[in-house]
Design a protein. Structure first.
Length: 251
């Protein structure tokens, strides 16, 4: 283990509350999620400063929709310049991100499809260190391969819908392939997706997104920025509140 990795793990352990509990008991923000009743949940904090450099393992190609290393995937690049940009930062193992997706995912997708905003999704992978697995990285790689098939958002939704009930259980390779089928990737496209996933064709990109997000001051998930300004998640008491926030930022 490198000295930087050892230091990161030490910081994670130091940050955890004593007396049990996982990494997600660390509070950085309160998100109000309305389903049937209003429930308060907490966002997940990065356990430390994170990875200082992008990994050199795996392939270095950019997935479709990503303009550069470290940048998020632009879901609707054809959105007019007059609409605001929403940057969404999530980790596929983050339970609060899954709760956010259950409540707001369909709305976010609809707003992007209608070009009411330009949606940029940043797939983070810091929870691999917190939870001692590699599921966030593998899921992000799988989603990047789905972007190549023009099925990024459906895949993104399928992963969160299939998030294990037990935090840290992670995703199997078979599950990640099943999500591809759920997202509508079939036939030759599924074969291409599988080759992309098996070779980790976009792994250097995935690692670079984590590194760049930390440099940009993102210290927890989910994080939403509208035109570069961080949105207070406590204000999202219902889907209309998210629409209002986007409308308020419209040029």
């Amino acid at each position: 283990m490198s000295s930087s990795s050892a230091s990161r793990k030490a910081k994670i352990e130091a940050a955890r509350p004593k007396g049990g509990g996982g990494a997600n008991r660390i509070v950085v923000a309160t998100v109000v999620i309305v389903v049937v009743i209003v429930a308060v949940v907490t966002a997940v904090i990065l356990g430390s400063q994170g990875k200082n450099t992008a990994s050199t393992s795996g392939g270095g190609s950019l997935p479709k929709g990503a303009p550069a290393m470290g940048a998020g995937i632009v879901v609707n690049p054809g959105a007019p310049s007059s609409v605001p940009t929403m940057d969404l930062y999530e980790d596929f193992q983050c339970p609060v991100c899954a709760a956010f997706e259950r409540q707001f995912g369909q709305q976010v997708t609809a707003m992007a499809n209608q070009n009411q905003m330009k949606l940029v999704v940043h797939m983070l992978s810091f929870l691999d260190d917190n939870l001692n697995n590699d599921s966030s990285n593998r899921a992000a790689n799988a989603a990047a391969c789905a972007a190549d098939a023009d099925r990024f958002l459906p895949y993104h939704s399928a992963v969160f819908a299939g998030q294990p009930a037990t935090e840290g259980e992670g995703y199997t390779d078979a599950q990640l392939k099943e999500f591809a089928t759920t997202a509508g990737i079939t036939g030759s496209a599924l074969t291409t997706w599988q080759k992309c996933y098996d070779s980790r064709e976009h792994n250097q990109y995935v690692e670079s997104v984590q590194t760049q997000s930390e440099k940009d001051g993102v210290n927890g998930t989910p994080t939403i920025k509208i035109n570069g300004q961080k949105l207070d998640l406590a204000t999202l008491t219902n889907p209309q509140a998210l629409s209002d926030a986007v409308k308020a930022a419209t040029k």
